[in-house]
Design a protein around this ligand. Structure first.
Ligand SMILES: NC(=O)c1ccc[n+]([C@@H]2O[C@H](COP(=O)([O-])OP(=O)(O)OC[C@H]3O[C@@H](n4cnc5c(N)ncnc54)[C@H](OP(=O)(O)O)[C@@H]3O)[C@@H](O)[C@H]2O)c1
Length: 324
């Protein structure tokens, strides 16, 4: 049987992607065949598409992408299962992040190990569920594991309106933190409705000049010198670099260890690692009504190049999803 999939045979722009008919993936004994209903777009899709930064090619293929079907986050229905699969059965509605098991989410079907999937939150559509895995896990792990978020702590999310930032505001609130969101004027109401206690409009206020101090700052987007974040931390405060400009990343990686070793404040960078336990944790938050994905735009499978072009402009409000 043949299925429709978005195929990438060389590194390049979104226009190098083609919608093709490919052979249905073979099902291994430990795998689940998922009929994909929706997928979503993350920064990792751009890395795999372009082979940039160049170091990423060590994992993705030196001269051309070794994973020919991109797409990390998916939601869909289990079609069939291999003989060793224990946790899923045909008909189950599932969601997951395939970025560590060969990608393949921009397609009608994919075969994946069962441990990258969890049952889909019952109160979400497939589109909403596909918006969750990578962005919500990034927000959760950076706040909880690296940022040591706790009830009553003052948390600032810099870049609070995109896929990761919006989940970060909501998830920080579930830990009982007092949350300040930094976003542009057009995203103020989104930040407030997502639970932010305070909002700073970076178009109108210069973060570097603010007097307030924070226990945890999550740098999700933007471009500020690390010294500015350091100054805005309370003694023993933590800055976690999640994303944003390259110079922000390099400064966090180069200066962070020295600042952390020589003073009471901690500066560190962070890399998300998908896992089933966190997916189940996030599903519980969603089903309890504490977290809800925000969808900016939805595109068809054939429109993945347009979706990536829109996403790479860096101004999406919440998540960009693909309906399969
Ligand atoms: N460390 C990890 O493991 C990991 C995992 C996933 C993603 N990331 C990184 O996290 C970052 C965010 O990812 P994402 O998927 O959430 O991106 P995204 O959805 O594309 O973020 C777009 C949002 O960022 C806001 N923004 C743009 N420029 C900004 C600025 N200068 N200051 C504040 N906000 C700004 C935009 O709103 P306005 O333009 O209106 O301000 C928009 O709402 C990316 O850099 C990505 O590489 C890291």
């Amino acid at each position: 049987m043949f299925i429709k999939a978005i195929v990438s045979n060389k590194y390049g722009t979104p226009d190098t992607l083609e919608l093709k008919e490919v052979e249905n993936p073979n099902l291994k004994d430990n795998e689940v065949l998922v009929k994909i209903h929706a997928a979503s777009v993350n920064y990792g899709n751009l890395v795999l598409l372009k082979g940039e930064p160049f170091l990423a090619r060590l994992a993705f293929g030196l001269l051309k992408p070794k994973y020919s079907i991109p797409g990390g986050d998916i939601a869909g229905r289990v079609d069939s299962v291999g003989k060793d699969v224990k946790d899923f059965q045909p008909g189950d509605e599932v969601f997951g992040d395939l970025s560590r098991c060969g990608w393949g989410g921009f397609a009608e079907y994919v075969s994946v190990p069962e441990n990258v999937l969890a049952l889909k939150p019952v109160n979400l559509s497939f589109e909403e569920a596909a918006a969750v895995p990578m962005a919500a896990a990034t927000a959760l792990q950076s706040l909880r594991d690296k940022g040591k978020v706790q009830s009553g702590k003052k948390v600032l999310i810099y870049g609070a309106s995109g896929g990761v930032g919006n989940f970060a505001v909501q998830i920080a609130k579930t830990f009982g933190a007092e949350v300040t969101a930094v976003c542009s004027t057009r995203n103020i109401s989104l930040a407030k409705s997502s639970g932010a206690d305070f909002v700073i409009d970076y178009k109108k206020e210069d973060f570097a000049k603010l007097k307030e101090r924070y226990d945890l700052i999550l740098g999700v987007n933007g471009n500020n010198p690390i010294s500015v974040y350091k100054r805005a931390l309370n003694p023993h405060g933590i800055f976690v670099h999640v994303g944003g400009s390259g110079s922000q990343l390099f400064q966090a990686m180069l200066q962070g260890p020295w600042i952390s070793m020589t003073g009471s404040k901690r500066i560190g960078s962070f890399l998300q690692r998908s896992n089933q336990k966190d997916l189940v944790f996030i599903k519980a938050l969603i089903e309890a009504g504490k977290v809800k994905p925000v969808i900016d735009r939805s595109y068809k499978l054939s429109e993945v190049p347009e979706a990536l072009k829109y996403f790479e402009q860096g101004h999406s409000q919440g998540k960009v999803v693909i309906t399969v």
